[in-house]
Design a protein around this ligand. Structure first.
Ligand code: SAH
Length: 246
């Protein structure tokens, strides 16, 4: 069964947007997944079709009303996980993406203004999700990020070439760096080891690079995984993990 995505947003015209091109777009055309974008405003009940109101306790901006959000959510709820985009959420992880991609689909609630009335989270069992430590003007780009990450994992979308198993985050590490022709470019050379044809040596070099780059750029990942997943991949000999090339 195809993966079904329902988006609740004040700007349904933003979809499919970038998800209509390339890998995700082709998969959408082929029916590997489906997308419906519903306008939250269609669930407003007053004559002004208002979806927001001023924050209780005062302060700047407007807050999305729980009654309107609930009506929108209830119109699509069918057991799929319901995620609400918010910088106050848990950061999206590749692990959560894998879980979502293995399911029937997702319902994504996009905020605007100051965000959602807090009561909606518990009342409808919403999972608060953030796509990073910065503030966007709306949840729509975040919803696209989640869907792009999920869709590429759906069976048949990436093709046999990439199982995704060696990719960044899968082993608690960033992926190793890639190179391609030309071998010589602006005085820079592809590391010799990658041209050696020695697969064990290449695997060891890549693992060492992955660890090195992760330590440098994302020490938080090393800490979180406690080094447990930093064993060299099978085929890589431990004494080779220091192998380096200039
Ligand atoms: N006042 C809120 C930010 C609101 S930004 C706060 O400080 O927490 C408006 C909307 O953009 C949010 O409701 C949310 O849906 C979306 N958004 C902004 N930053 C986001 C992020 N990092 N991850 C996911 N959604 C985000």
């Amino acid at each position: 069964m195809a993966f079904r995505a329902s988006i609740l947003t004040l700007y349904p015209d933003m979809f499919p947007g970038p998800l209509g091109t390339s890998l995700a777009g082709r998969a959408l055309d082929q029916g590997t997944w489906s997308l419906e974008a519903k306008n939250i405003r269609d669930f407003a009940t007053d004559k002004h079709r208002s979806v927001d109101d001023t924050p209780a306790g005062g302060g700047a901006g407007m807050v999305l009303r729980p009654d309107v959000l609930a009506a929108a959510l209830d119109s699509v709820a069918d057991g799929r996980p319901m995620l609400a985009l918010t910088p106050r959420g848990a950061p999206l992880s590749q692990q959560r993406v894998r879980e979502l991609a293995a399911g029937e689909g997702v319902i994504l609630l996009c905020g605007r203004f100051e965000g959602f009335d807090e009561r909606i989270f518990e009342a409808r069992g919403l999972e608060p999700v953030s796509i990073g430590d910065y503030v966007l003007s709306g949840g729509e780009l975040g919803a696209m990020v989640i869907l792009d990450a999920c869709v590429r994992l759906l069976p048949g979308v990436m093709g046999a070439a990439s199982s995704g198993e060696e990719e960044s985050f899968e082993a608690g590490l960033l992926e190793y760096p890639h190179y391609t022709r030309p071998v010589q470019w602006e005085g820079r050379t592809i590391p010799e080891v990658l041209r050696s044809g020695d697969h064990a040596k290449i695997a060891a070099w890549r693992h060492a690079k992955a660890v090195e780059d992760t330590r440098l750029r994302r020490p938080d990942l090393i800490e979180r995984h406690g080094g447990a997943s930093q064993a060299p991949p099978s085929g890589a000999r431990r004494r080779d993990t220091k192998a380096k090339d200039k």
